[in-house]
Design a protein. Structure first.
Lengths: 323, 323
């Protein structure tokens, strides 16, 4: 059985005192340009700089006392690593984080800052999983999946729940789409609250595996996916695909250029730092991939963790250095 | 007689439906580092991207019908130009904006976007004033000063009023300090509400005219002032100096490097775009120019209008390209 609205509501009760209720921003310029009203749920201002803390906290806080005492482990090079480290710190249990040896200094420092104990491994996915499983065997720690887990999915869905509490009815709700954790949770929450709402995912054209998966009816994976939106490279999995198949109306695709343009718009007009993975949603709106005239649209901004040097290069050499 | 708290309160009534009540942000990292609690009043998210719309609206909305019908004029290359253009648009009267011919495209586009009619002039200050005065003579338009005016000062003070409504008592309130419009208004509002509050201005070391003015007891001006914080180059004037002299406890100075470091901190940790002129306040806190341990501190973030290309050059070539 798929998770229900009540599961997301319980997740919210479980985590809400540990996370920020992030603000909702609007842009008069964007609304004038589209004829709609877009409500940005700003998870870039969330703890650890991304929505991932919601799923991390819900999963870590859901563990039984005995399980929890053995600590948790995960493998991630990104926001999920920081999320699990912080969630474990909040529960006062150990967190072991497997990170590829080529992780950036900023990401390593973030995990260490939250008290995570890092184990480095080779940078290919198989090495990460093997290393994490070895730690599970050696220590009895509980593996926290980065998205393919009902507890994680329900945690991520709390952002949509909050947004709809904050600003009322919506016609459309949109999220970035990678492995589908955020989109699944959002769909469960939003459709549970309002069966008439239209739920939309946005992914990079270059990594359109979810689009293809919905079209073909089975999970498609892309070999060596590449995009600026490096948080959106994972494929759908067994816990996310059925939810998305059931509840999501449409998947929109945006180009790398459209992603960079959207980042620029948000920086210049809304004065916010957002990461490329977040920018796919405003990119779809700005580039007219969807007509929102007269519509109230919720847009989940997933995070704000972006290497400033890398971003500068994109802005500076626009068009040249996009992967 | 100096303006009073009631003048700021009246200004707030006059403008509040035309401006945003901007959010207040905190940083757990900064609070942990300093042992204090800093409440950032985020005027970077204000209309036109800066607090200047407050003074612009208060002044333009204060004009009598007959005066207003003749339109308004100002000279500015920055946020004040956009503020007057938008305030006039909201009152449905013409705005003529004198801008130096070397103004950036972004600034020109902003003023035009709000319906301001631009007159270009040579880039030295005398040319701007002359051109503006000529327009006043020719059209009867009312000149809106950028800071040396009680209506402007009281408008700017509404940000502090709002902040104290939003988060309650403060021990300290800090603002950037250029010509002193924001600091004067803040001081009137904050001291009016709480005579025990400590009001502090921060200016660039390289443009320490206000610091020298308070020390010597008379307005000091600096010849050819240069700083990244290009909104803070103007001297105190007759309407701001007496207020600052009466109410301001201290003026702190920050280096250009400290300003850039503070911008980086705010971008990386708080996911906000702030302009260099805003960064002087977090710069003073981060660099330990003031001990805020155990204190509740209000920090006005004045604006977020910064040329991305220029900014990323600073971040990229840190130390090299600072003026």
């Amino acid at each position: 059985m798929l998770p229900q609205l009540t599961d997301v509501q319980q997740a919210h009760q479980r985590i809400r005192s540990s996370i920020h209720e992030t603000p909702v921003f609007t842009s008069a310029t964007l609304d004038a340009r589209t004829g709609g009203q877009v409500f940005f749920k700003c998870e870039n201002f969330q703890k650890i700089g991304a929505f991932k803390i919601r799923g991390g906290c819900n999963t870590v806080f859901s563990l039984g006392e005995e399980e929890a005492a053995r600590g948790v482990v995960t493998h991630s090079s990104g926001n999920h690593a920081a999320a699990v480290a912080l969630a474990a710190k909040l529960r006062n249990i150990p967190a072991r984080i497997v990170m590829p040896e080529n992780s950036t200094e900023v990401k390593i420092a973030a995990v260490r800052g939250y008290g995570g104990e890092i184990t480095f491994c080779a940078s290919h996915p198989a090495a990460r999983e093997e290393t994490a499983l070895r730690i599970v065997e050696e220590t009895g720690a509980v593996l926290i999946p980065s998205y393919n887990d009902p507890r994680v999915i329900c945690g991520q869905g709390t952002a949509a729940l909050e947004l709809m509490e904050q600003i009322g009815d919506l016609d459309i709700i949109m999220t970035p789409l990678g492995g589908g954790g955020l989109l699944s949770g959002t769909a469960i929450a939003a459709k549970g609250l309002d069966p008439g709402i239209c739920v939309i995912g946005v992914e990079p054209e270059q990594v359109d595996d979810a689009y293809q998966s919905l079209k073909t009816g089975m999970i498609v994976t892309i070999d060596k996916p590449v995009s600026i939106a490096e948080g959106l490279l994972m494929p759908l999995r067994e816990h996310t695909f059925p939810v998305i198949r059931k509840f999501v109306s449409e998947i929109l695709l945006v180009s790398e250029e459209e992603i960079v343009e959207a980042m620029r718009f948000v920086y210049e007009r809304m004065k916010m730092i957002i990461e490329p993975s977040s920018a796919v949603v405003p990119a779809a709106i700005l580039s007219g991939k969807i007509d929102i005239k007269g519509k109230r649209v919720g847009a989940i901004i997933s995070g704000g963790n972006v290497d400033m040097g890398v971003f500068f290069q994109w802005m500076h050499d626009k068009g040249n250095r996009i992967p």
